[in-house]
Design a protein around this ligand. Sequence first.
Ligand SMILES: [Zn+2]
Length: 399
Amino acid sequence: MTRMQAAEAIAPLDAERDDCPVCGSRDLMHSVASDAVPALCNALHPDATSARAANTGRFATTFCRHCTHVFNAAFDEDRIGYTQSYENSLHYSPRFVAFVEDLTQRLSDTYALAGKTVVDIGCGKGDFLKRLCAISGATGIGFDKSFEQNRGDDIPGVRFVNDWFGDDYPDLKPDFISCRHVVEHIAEPVRFLRGLRSHPGVGPDTVFYFEVPNALYTLRDLGIWDLIYEHVSYFTPLSLRAACEAAGFDILDAGTSFGEQYLYVEVKPSATPRTGALVDGGKITTLVDDFDRSYRDKVAHWRNYLAERDPQMTVIWGGGSKGITFVNTVPGAERIRAIIDVNPHKQGRFAPGTGTPVLSPEALRDMPIQSIIIMNPLYRGEIEASARALGLSADVQVA
Ligand SMILES: [Zn+2]
């Protein structure tokens, strides 16, 4: 497996796109790149052999000086095929459940969703939509190609369609459309947003809620384990607004959430779509330089950390994309004993790339573990409490 390489060694390949997917600018900067990251970080495998044979792709971190957008210029959507093995539900963590409670309550109040029709695009396993409808009294329709029936509780007035929301559903007239953690997966985000705006069921008062990972958190606070192949785009507050405005939306509200890890915008179709440029990408140059250097320092730090310990007595806690990226990025991390995750649907499966097993916290009772590496600082309290309850005295570090 090829590790991430230092930025100065990287020149863009001919096959990489040379324009920004948000604003079209060709004023781009190139940063760290890797030739072989798992194409589907969240798709766990039933056995180690198939996990190690998983599809990979090139990740070429690229920055737009014009709108500050960050993207993988080498993204190839043919390498991605979402299926029902795509397991991205976070709804097993209390910290995340609290976030969803607050968000659904706020959206319900702000947009008076009682009795209205809500569509959730890319609804995953449907947990968010069910909660939104239960809290608000709205009727909900969730769209996702990876939706599985018979999971969790049925909520009256909520149904799911194993498909994308498109013009095949012209009679559906949603008052409110949520679309969380979808736009960053799409190679042409502005075209995608325009498509939603021009859907026959969308009216002038239809409100959209878009939520994506916050690139500034990824870059500034070094959430570097969030650089994954599935995410073509890393939106900054500026580039998310730019994408929505370019697609013909007016911004109603925008901000950060979940400890600044997420960005959201609430928009509605603009009566007079604006064209042309905003933005001042000036500050991003410093950000890119800092990111470049810090990225290499951080990978080196964890390489040294593992070199001084027995990776077989070390576990990662967090089987989401961050954990998968860590084991596939840090030299030596492929020998880590296991990835621990509280989600029972992940347990007993294997990480793409390295083939690291994913186990339950309870499995640690029988393991001589010295180190626990946590992938998300927001879960630190929760994980430390679980580790104590299991009688573990391991060193706990946040990656
Ligand atoms: Zn741009």
